[in-house]
Write a protein that binds this ligand. Structure first.
Ligand code: SAH
Length: 225
């Protein structure tokens, strides 16, 4: 585990975060201890505006501006667990939003390459991640439906926004044996799926239902409505 959070002494939300992890992560079936420890450790409140910080340990998404939300804690844990990370991986994260999940992933993988389409969110996520000293995360502005060709292939790819189909770049940019976890479907009917790349094709598993914002881009939805 990395050194303590930037301002451990001022981490007044440590207790409520522990409750969050006990009640909404462990009690709901998450078993991967690395995921549990990362979520205990990363100060979720830093990723929302000050007025919302008292709610930052709740089991719900919170607004982060521009119509986007920080994902609910259980879903972050569930997706991270589904990626089956052991700390050696190169991960691509699409839709980094607040940067919270990027920070959690920074404890679970060797390197994290995060893409976000809204400039303001990129700047805020970078600032929060810098404050927490997460040198193994790079966040860039771009259309994440294209993946990140220059850094491919990846051991794992995660998207926190739903698309009508799987963007082809994700399969192309996955290593053999690599895992892709993402929501697929329409506004009211999405499945969280896991794709595992096999030597000759892919294996697809439907993990559960879910409710994410739209993945907007060339191989996603064309607009926000
Ligand atoms: N895990 C993030 C979730 C953010 S919500 C968090 O906890 O904060 C999903 C994010 O996906 C939004 O910030 C949205 O702007 C972003 N997004 C949507 N389409 C995208 C695209 N084509 N490329 C990159 N990011 C995208």
């Amino acid at each position: 585990m990395k050194p303590a959070t930037a301002n451990a002494a001022r981490d007044v939300f440590a207790r409520s975060r522990r409750k969050m992890v006990e009640n909404f992560v462990i009690a709901r079936g998450i078993k991967d201890e690395r995921v549990i420890n990362a979520m205990l450790y990363v100060p979720r409140h830093i990723f929302v505006e000050e007025a919302l910080q008292p709610q930052s340990s709740g089991e719900y998404p919170l607004p982060i501006g521009r119509g986007q939300t920080i994902s609910q804690p259980y879903m972050v844990a569930f997706m991270c667990e589904a990626l089956c990370l052991n700390g050696t991986e190169k991960v691509l994260e699409i839709g980094s939003g607040s940067g919270y999940q990027s920070a959690v992933l920074s404890h679970l993988a060797e390197r994290v390459f995060a893409v976000e389409r809204i400039h303001e969110l990129v700047l805020r996520a970078k600032k929060a991640l810098d404050g927490l000293m997460c040198p193994n995360v790079v966040v860039r502005l771009g259309d994440g439906t294209l993946g990140w060709k220059e850094e491919a292939p990846f051991d794992a790819i995660i998207a926190a926004a739903h698309s009508p189909e799987i963007p082809p770049a994700y399969i192309e940019q996955l290593k053999p044996g690599g895992r892709l976890v993402l929501p697929v479907g329409g506004n009211d009917n999405q499945d969280l799926i896991r794709i595992t790349k096999k030597p000759f094709g892919i294996q697809k598993e439907v993990l559960r239902g879910c409710n994410f914002v739209k993945l907007i881009g060339r191989h996603g939805w064309k607009d926000a409505t």
